[in-house]
Design a protein around this ligand. Structure first.
Ligand code: R5P
Length: 310
């Protein structure tokens, strides 16, 4: 008997990437409907038959807090309806920047969030999590994980669209992505220094920009949140009369006001589709499908104590 096709379910706002992943895995595509009751509680409904099948739920976790309860309800419903294993694709993984206790008494959110998701799902696939002081997801996640990397896709997009680029990283944390993209493109790169004074107040030391000449500056960062890091990098480039920059972010979180502020800089913004946004130009579906296929074939065991209720 052949195993039933897996079911890939899209949480709201994840339909395009879910379709891309499901198509490549020849999996059945389904949706998780979420609506709010008048009292603010969530109503969650899975529109697919998940009994005795592997289920993968796709949910980008930007602005995560209101998404967590519906996601938990969807995972638990899939188990309750008889799913064999329930994995999570979180193309953008939240809370990874809170990887240290910066002030006494603060929650170590990256670790707490990892414990929460590890209790919920049987496995996790994501794209370029913000790994800085935490070296790998295995340090904090207790379930099997796979990471897809955006650098090859970004390099390909730049090769196809930008002539004579130089990659620019706004800060040391961006070095890993900038270096990978530059390597894959065979183009030079510089990494600048950033001082963050507050959530929306950053300063960039742009002295390294001297010497990039007539090349097109391609700013690369993993997360675009308030947009201030990119804006503070764009300004000295424009002020120095260099070629108009192009910004490529892996995860376009676009916090309140970010899109309008970046539009005023005149720079072109491009993102991958880990978070649905009009700037999406780079599809991570193939890479996430490969990560999911690997997890499904790795024989991740279903939890021992789950029994379906009628
Ligand atoms: C931090 O080190 C990250 O790599 C990004 O540079 C940062 O998250 C960008 O945040 P924002 O858009 O709020 O400046």
């Amino acid at each position: 008997m052949t195993a039933a096709r897996p079911v890939i379910l899209a949480m709201p706002e994840n339909a395009a990437l879910t379709r891309s992943i499901a198509g490549r895995l020849h999996a059945e595509l389904g949706m998780v409907g979420v609506r709010q009751f008048p009292d603010g509680e969530s109503h969650v409904r899975i529109d697919a038959d998940v009994a005795r099948r592997d289920v993968v739920i796709v949910c980008a976790l930007h602005r995560p807090d209101p998404k967590i309860v519906p996601l938990w309800l969807a995972i638990d419903a899939a188990r309750d309806l008889g799913a064999t294993r329930v994995g999570l694709v979180a193309p953008y993984l939240a809370y990874m920047r809170q990887d240290r206790r910066f002030q006494p008494g603060e929650a170590l959110a990256a670790r707490s969030f990892a414990r929460l998701l590890s209790r919920a799902a049987d496995f996790l696939a994501t794209v370029d999590p913000h790994l800085h002081r935490i070296r790998g997801l295995d340090e904090i996640y207790t379930i099997p994980t796979r990471v897809a990397h955006a650098a090859p896709r970004i390099a390909q997009w730049v090769r196809e669209h930008i002539e004579n680029p130089v990659f620019v990283g706004p800060d040391v944390e961006s070095r890993q992505w900038v270096a990978a993209v530059a390597r894959a493109s065979g183009a030079p790169s510089v990494v600048l220094r950033k001082v963050r004074h507050g959530d929306r107040d950053v300063e960039i030391d742009a002295s390294e920009l001297r010497g990039i000449g007539d090349r097109v500056p391609v700013l690369v960062d993993d997360i675009l949140s308030t947009g201030h890091t990119l804006a503070a990098t764009i300004r000295p480039i424009v002020a120095a009369g260099l070629r108009p920059p192009v910004c490529v972010a892996v995860h376009g979180v676009f916090a309140e006001g970010a899109a309008a502020m970046l539009e005023r800089t005149g720079a072109r913004i491009v993102t991958t589709n880990t978070i649905e946004h009009p700037t999406n130009r780079i599809d991570m579906g193939e890479d996430l499908a490969a990560a999911v296929a690997d997890l499904l074939s790795a024989g991740v065991a279903p939890p021992a104590s789950i029994a379906a209720t009628p």
